[in-house]
Design a protein around this ligand. Sequence first.
Ligand SMILES: Nc1ncnc2c1ncn2[C@@H]1O[C@H](COP(=O)(O)OP(=O)(O)OP(=O)(O)O)[C@@H](O)[C@H]1O
Ligand SMILES: [Mg+2]
Length: 265
Amino acid sequence: MSNPLQDSPDQYALRMVNIDKYFGLVRALTSINLDVCRNEIVGLIGDNGAGKSTIVKILTGVFPPTSGELYIAGRKVDFRRYNVQSAHRHGIETVYQDKSLGEKQVLWRNFFIGRQIVNRFGFIDVKKQKAIANDIMLNTIGFRGKGITVDSTVSQLSGGERQGIAIGRAMYFEADLIVLDEPTVALSLKEVAKVINFVHKIKEAGKASIYISHSLPDVYEVCDRFVVLDRGEIGASISKKDITLKELDDFLLEYAHGRKDKARE
Ligand SMILES: Nc1ncnc2c1ncn2[C@@H]1O[C@H](COP(=O)(O)OP(=O)(O)OP(=O)(O)O)[C@@H](O)[C@H]1O
Ligand SMILES: [Mg+2]
């Protein structure tokens, strides 16, 4: 039986503790303490170069931090053995704007890149893969009656739909934490709305997410909490229930002004 009085580490999908990252002499991250609860959508906000993608790359196994600790679902990560594949095994998936999907690939194949289902003879189980891909498209991401089937190619999809496929894949593989680093860059408003809808589905599915975007209204709509990153340091963490979009916008403006005033002193 779990003890509700105990601060169980399992309440967190992710915990970064005192993470520092240097690139040569440049200190990109300073003492980052960032928690994401299970089923929490956290928006990471900050100017260009604030360190958002660097945080993402550390937790998705692209490179290790210079120092600090990372816990995934309560388990401490050993950075000597941590890479993109092991991040997948730990239930962390990343959805990139372009790189995650091959243009000419048919969708059912795309769903299973690097993780093919094989039958007992070692051949790819095409029928099963198609059936699963179809189920994800209809039921997880809701591609209904759009003329897109599992045999369509990636190049036939709009930008927002591609994000949907990548998110659907992450959800199918039972990712506990789905990281979205600028998923709406270069998308039309209508396409952005689709991506936002997919993020709502991540929340409904009981999963957690880190959502990074320069569009404050989008971040506000999908996230439960906002973490402000300022030149490699966490400047604030604000729950959505404590702030309106207008107040968040004003806060960020004031924050930036405060910084300038400080620099002038
Ligand atoms: N591989 C690298 N080598 C050297 N410096 C790097 C590297 N990656 C990032 N940096 C530096 O670290 C800092 C943080 O960069 P990062 O890409 O994390 O910012 P960001 O918040 O994602 O910015 P943006 O909003 O523009 O995507 C920047 O000063 C950047 O120049
Ligand atoms: Mg970035």
